[in-house]
Ligand binder design. Structure first.
Ligand code: F6R
Length: 268
């Protein structure tokens, strides 16, 4: 795990954008894994800014989102499809046909929908760079604590904490789904690179557990300790319960030299 601590959420987003831009430059047909939630919004704003300034193009990009609510229509404002259109897809030159979200249609077998999603990812050549946020309970995607570390895309029941955390996005008269289709932990771990962003004090405990405690399904994000290329971008608040800030800083100085010389990515 590479841990990089920035002063604020803006810097986290700006630096995350550099990773995405670099992938888009390096690979003719890049595959991006995307997340929803509050954390990546600033990153998506940055990407739109770079696109509008003609510094990048999404013409040959394919995307796979982590999750989608159960039985929600695509055009519902609370669907993750709407979120992605609103914050990113509507503002860049990506082909809609190349933007995938899991389906969780109540009239179809959820197991088949999960398997189909895995097959689409495989057909696209796998995910090059997966963007992740982290839940206050340590979840990644909607893989709640106790999720199998070998799980694949499937339907999950959300915890009360997740429902509460996300309730801000639903009006009081709207039904908030308590089920969702999510890429599994093993599906996420298949990505060649993983970029997890966390900002704010309310993430400090989950971040500390992810980085300093043993790998455990109680904190699904802790599995990233086992990933070859996981980069964790934090603001000072999210990093506030971590020891060894000076060490992370020093490592990053060394890595910056290496990245300048050899590029951010290898193996593409
Ligand atoms: C979203 C997702 C979730 C969020 C996490 C953090 O697609 O998969 O795991 O990344 O709940 O959400 P925010 O960023 O709203 O704190």
């Amino acid at each position: 795990m590479q841990i990089i601590i920035y002063d604020n959420a803006e810097q986290v987003a700006q630096n995350a954008a550099q990773w995405v831009l670099s992938l888009l430059k390096d690979k003719p047909h890049p595959v991006l894994g995307l997340a929803t939630g509050s954390t990546p919004i600033k990153l998506y704003n940055e990407l739109v800014k770079h696109y509008k300034a003609k510094r990048t193009s999404f013409a040959h990009v394919t995307t796979f989102n982590l999750d989608e609510y159960y039985d929600i229509s695509c055009d519902s404002p609370q669907s993750y499809r709407s979120f992605m259109q609103h914050h990113l897809f509507d503002h860049i030159n990506i082909e809609t046909a190349n933007t995938f979200l899991p389906t969780c249609n109540k009239d179809q077998d959820p197991r088949k929908q999960g398997l189909d999603y895995e097959a689409y990812i495989k057909q696209a050549g796998g995910i090059d760079l997966q963007i992740l946020g982290i839940g206050a309970n340590g979840h990644i995607g909607f893989n709640e604590p106790t999720s199998s570390l070998r799980s694949r895309t499937r339907i999950k029941t959300l915890t009360q904490q997740t429902l509460l955390d996300n309730s801000r996005l639903f009006k009081s008269n709207e039904l908030q789904p308590s089920l969702a289709m999510t890429m599994g932990i093993a599906s996420i771990m298949d990505a060649r690179y993983i970029l997890l962003m966390a900002t704010g004090k309310h993430k400090a405990d989950a971040v500390m557990q992810m980085i300093t405690q043993g790998v455990s399904s109680n904190c699904p994000a802790s599995i990233l300790q086992m990933h070859e290329n996981a980069v964790i971008l934090l603001d000072k608040d999210a990093a506030s319960k971590l020891p060894d800030h000076a060490y992370y800083e020093w490592v990053n100085e060394q890595n910056q030299h290496l990245n300048e010389k050899f590029g951010l990515f290898h193996k593409f």
